[in-house]
Ligand binder design. Structure first.
Ligand code: VHF
Length: 458
């Protein structure tokens, strides 16, 4: 196994406290601690993204359910966060494993320098052998600066620390192609190669305590895999599975690359009518490879891993500044660009006013804006797809006035010209072309291909 993997483990509220009486789930927490320490001993970096502050405070304050009123939620987060950390500290201290608390809001990473500071702090903690425990700084975060749920926060954290794995621990083993309770032929989805094809049925999502559910997990998986992070959904009550899944997945990677190398050195196989390289059946990809005495590679029966769904990382990961532009910043309005501008952006040019077709919403200079591309010259704006994000040099009011004109005309129209570009090339990031669809809020669900099964489901 590759040394020094970085593994982010995300635990939702329902993994930290009991849904009904809000008592801490000590055995789960203890097993996570043992697992994290074992991973550290094996030379890996571990980051834990832990929800539960509000859940723990509910018990402390004798409240039956999570309030709806924001100041109350924020007060509960302030009460519960120190208790949550005390709980982690209590267990980790028996293992002599140092931990650190990192509380984030979107505002903390909206400025590039602050984002880099946060990244450096993570790197330093991991260098020191510390396990950072991350949560959203709920006490300070209002709607506009919220990550929204800890699944998203964990995916952004995984991107920030350039993790190898993100484990989204939940109350189900994995995703299924149908509801196994009503469809006995439902099959577990072991590997998701192209997450752009997935859309979650959110009706099964979420516990009574947390904000996330299966929908936010798929959004998070999309975000993390785009950043090159293998993302795993598995059951939180069996944290011991994490190490086994990592071992298995690393074994699969090694087998796949050894098979590729071996096949490269073999004469080409006879043509097969239906299987091209990209269409290798799933099971074949998952099998491990052995070399027999004749020196030829052959497939061996794979050792079965614990049940889980593994989302494979993008082969063109979006990292560093582009990752920050796409996922660190909260976007404001929308800019619609024509086909020519989109092609130019794809070739890493900046966005000129002449390529802007329309502007929606209100934003200021230097804010992050969603970019939409027109599929054809006269296509309605409603047909446009979000293609990326940009930090803009002009406000929405100004861009409305200079859209479609040459850069040389800008000063004449708005009285000044800070830049010939609406957005500089280094301030434009496009979503992975392979996963061309952006991370969409799960409210806007498309065809429901995957039904996630939750214990909360009737
Ligand atoms: N930050 C909040 C948790 C946010 C939340 O509900 O997350 P999750 O339980 O993962 O859906 C807390 O610590 O209570």
């Amino acid at each position: 196994m590759k040394k020094h993997l970085t593994i982010v483990i995300k635990l939702g509220t329902s993994s930290i406290v009991d849904e009904k009486d809000h008592k801490p789930l000590l055995s789960t927490i203890a097993t996570i601690v043992e697992t994290a320490v074992k991973l550290r001993e094996d030379g890996h970096n571990v980051v834990i993204c832990s929800s539960g502050a509000i859940g723990i405070a509910l018990r402390q304050m004798n409240l039956k359910r999570r309030p709806k009123h924001l100041p109350q939620i924020q007060a509960l987060a302030a009460i519960g966060q120190s208790k949550l950390m005390a709980l982690w500290e209590e267990y980790f201290k028996h293992m002599r494993q140092p931990i650190a608390q990192i509380l984030l809001t979107r505002n903390d990473i909206a400025d590039r320098t602050q984002y880099l500071n946060a990244q450096n702090t993570f790197a330093e903690l991991l260098n020191m052998g510390v396990i950072p425990i991350v949560n959203e700084n709920d006490t300070l975060s209002v709607q506009e600066i919220k990550f929204g749920d800890n699944d998203t926060l964990s995916a952004i954290t995984a991107g920030m620390v350039q993790a190898d794995y993100l484990f989204l621990m939940t109350d189900v083993d994995c995703l299924y192609d149908k509801n196994p309770r009503t469809s006995p032929d439902a099959k577990a989805i072991e590997v998701v190669e192209d997450i752009a094809e997935l859309a979650a049925d959110v009706s099964s999502a979420g516990s009574n305590l947390g904000t996330g559910g299966m929908g936010t997990k798929i959004v998070a998986a999309r975000l993390a895999t785009a950043a090159g992070v293998t993302t795993v959904i598995t059951r939180s009550s069996k944290p011991g599975n994490i190490a086994a899944i990592v071992r298995y997945a690393e074994g699969q990677k090694a087998a796949a690359s050894s098979m590729e190398n071996s096949l490269d050195s073999l004469p080409p196989p006879p043509a097969q009518p239906s299987a091209s390289k990209g269409e290798v059946p799933l099971r074949v990809q998952m099998a491990s490879v052995t070399i027999n005495s004749g020196g030829e590679p052959k497939l061996a029966e794979p050792e079965l891993p614990p049940l889980h769904t593994r989302f494979l990382p993008s082969t063109h990961p979006i990292r560093d500044r582009y990752f920050w532009l796409l996922h660190g910043l909260a976007p404001h309005g929308k800019i619609y660009v024509d086909g020519g501008a989109y092609t130019a952006l794809s070739n890493k040019a900046g966005l000129l006013p002449v390529g802007v077709v329309d502007v929606e919403g209100s934003f200021n200079q230097h804010e992050c804006v969603r970019l939409f591309a027109l599929p054809s010259r006269n296509a309605p704006l409603t047909d446009c797809e979000e293609v990326g994000r940009a930090l803009v040099n002009y406000s929405s009011i100004e861009i409305k006035r200079i859209r479609g004109v040459r850069s040389s005309q800008v000063a004449g129209i708005i009285g000044y010209a800070d830049s010939e570009y609406v957005a500089l090339r280094e301030n434009v990031a496009l979503f992975d072309r392979i996963l061309s669809r952006p991370v969409t809020p799960m409210g806007e669900k498309r065809a429901s291909m995957i039904r996630a099964i939750s214990h909360n489901e009737p």
